[in-house]
Design a protein. Structure first.
Length: 237
């Protein structure tokens, strides 16, 4: 099956562009998921149905009702999403999403059976205190969340900057996450690495035993690059 490659398209692509991208993956098998904007979930789902899971990038902390501008877990599920990213650093830092917000979102995701890709990561200033920063982000998880949860370690300083964490950085961070989850919940958890992953550096990252896959922003927008990442992830085992 290979390691997992998850596209995070962020706020990119029209419906036409998403369909054009998906047409490259018509008959391609591979262990990948595409997390896209809410308007793209249904078209991506319709194109890739049996070949890949489609995911949202966020859900509302509330179930339904008077929350103008928000999109619920039930809605993304209805459009075809099986997965949602939660706690991406852009949500935490640009939209001030807190641990309390994320706890509510995890509850709603669990209620609607959405798999969660839960993002953690430290800023450059926090790098020296990486363990306490990651533990603070992980502390909101419960045993119930961990049944089907994937964690993505994304150092904030490596997102969209071209700076990739070193092998040592990745080993340290993934060990902190995996040990914390094992110690506190008794579970093994899959941990993805994210931050400036591209075809040129993917093999180096994916060959690390502690890396169960990658969460990819910029390079996931291009079908040729994305396909190359899937191929690499499939070959490293
Ligand atoms: P880039 O791959 O563009 O650095 O983005 C990483 C990311 O934020 C994925 O969620």
């Amino acid at each position: 099956m290979g390691k997992l490659v998850v596209a995070n398209w962020k706020m990119n692509k029209t419906i036409g562009e998403a369909e054009e991208f998906c047409s490259h993956f018509d008959k391609r098998a591979g262990n990948y998921m595409i997390c896209c904007s809410a308007t793209l979930i249904k078209p991506v789902f319709d194109c890739l149905k049996d070949r890949s899971k489609v995911g949202a990038q966020n859900i509302c902390a509330y179930e339904e009702g008077a929350y103008t501008g928000e999109i619920s877990a039930k809605m993304v599920k209805d459009a075809g999403a099986d997965v949602t990213i939660l706690g991406h650093s852009e949500r935490r830092h640009i939209f001030n999403e807190t641990n309390d917000d994320l706890r509510k979102k995890l509850d709603i995701a669990n209620k609607y059976g959405l798999q969660v890709i839960f993002c953690v990561g430290e800023t450059l200033e926090e790098h020296d205190n990486i363990e306490s920063v990651l533990v603070n982000q992980l502390e909101i998880l419960t045993k119930e969340d961990l049944g089907n949860l994937i964690i993505a370690y994304e150092p904030v300083w490596a997102i969209g900057t071209g700076k990739v964490a070193t092998e040592e950085d990745i080993l340290v961070a993934h060990k902190i996450v995996k040990d914390y989850v094992k110690r506190n919940y008794g579970n093994d958890v899959k941990v993805l690495y994210g931050g400036s992953v591209k075809p040129e550096n993917a093999a180096e990252i994916l060959k690390l035993n502690c890396v169960d896959g990658v969460l990819v922003g910029g390079a996931s927008l291009d079908p040729v690059k994305f396909e190359s990442l899937i191929k690499t992830a499939n070959e490293v085992l």
